[in-house]
Design a protein around this ligand. Structure first.
Ligand SMILES: [Zn+2]
Ligand SMILES: [Zn+2]
Length: 261
């Protein structure tokens, strides 16, 4: 399983970090996790085959996590040659279908009826669903918004957990246990802590409790200034920790010796 970070930032404009978007490839699945502003152009910049996307999974309805979805769909319709015929599945929390239906009023019927088969799947928290042979997506609620989900993608060779936006949660940590890479939001420094987001200490605690060995911090707000969240975490987490940058690529395998429950 391979991960490319398209956007490691937030809603706050930044030349270095665009809004949340992550590209995951595993056994024929090409999955976009979140679709914030900047996704398409970052994908083009980093040579990610965005037009071959098979699935898009949205964590929650804050606009920095899915505001570029209509743009992405429009690009699949008008921005590729030859015309796309391959099916696409959009996954998201309960309510994503009705929200997309409202977007057809704003943008046109193409949002839900492009020239290729489009399926919208609403996922309950605490469920799982196969994406393809040997590739499963799992969901867990996060303390952020009423609908917010964390996703895990599981194959025979590894499990990646993406927290989406979240505050600290023991049940989230228990669910994340057994992941080979924890892609974890780390929005704010300690002096700006809030219940709906994680600080470096909160991310470290989540990773520790989950028994993660490899922690990638993301969703970094500019209020960190020049401070690197990974450096702030290092003393509180024994595994490998880095702060994601746009364009970073990771391979997710069990080679990192994660302890499975
Ligand atoms: Zn959010
Ligand atoms: Zn966010």
């Amino acid at each position: 399983m391979r991960l490319a970070v398209l956007g490691s930032g937030t809603v706050a404009p930044s030349s270095e970090r665009t809004a949340p978007a992550y590209w995951l490839e595993a056994d024929g699945v090409r999955l976009l996790l979140d679709c914030g502003a900047g996704t398409l152009h970052r994908a083009a910049t980093f040579g990610v085959p965005w037009a071959d996307v098979t699935h898009i999974a949205i964590t929650h309805f804050h606009i920095d996590h899915w505001g570029e979805l209509p743009h992405f769909l429009f690009a699949l319709r008008w921005g590729v040659e030859p015309l796309r015929r391959d099916p696409l599945v959009i996954l998201g929390p309960r309510g994503i279908g009705s929200r997309l239906a409202h977007l057809t009023e704003a943008y046109g019927e193409w949002v839900l009826h492009p020239e290729f088969p489009l399926e919208v799947v609403e996922l309950d928290a605490g469920t799982e669903r196969p994406l393809a042979d040997g590739v499963v997506i799992e969901t867990h609620p996060t303390p952020h918004t009423a609908e917010s989900l964390a996703y895990a993608v599981r194959t025979e060779t590894g499990r990646l957990v993406y927290t989406g936006d979240t505050g600290y949660s023991e049940t989230l940590a228990a669910w994340a246990t057994g992941c080979d890479l924890l892609l974890c939001e780390c929005s704010l420094p300690e002096e700006r802590a809030m219940d709906q987001h994680l600080t470096p200490a909160g991310a470290a605690r989540l990773a520790r409790t989950a028994g993660a060995t490899r922690l990638v911090l993301t969703h970094v707000y500019p209020v960190f200034g020049g401070r690197d969240p990974a450096t702030l975490v290092a003393g509180e987490f024994e595994g490998t920790v880095v702060t994601a940058r746009d364009g970073d690529r990771f391979t997710v395998t069990r080679a990192y010796g994660v302890k499975h429950p």
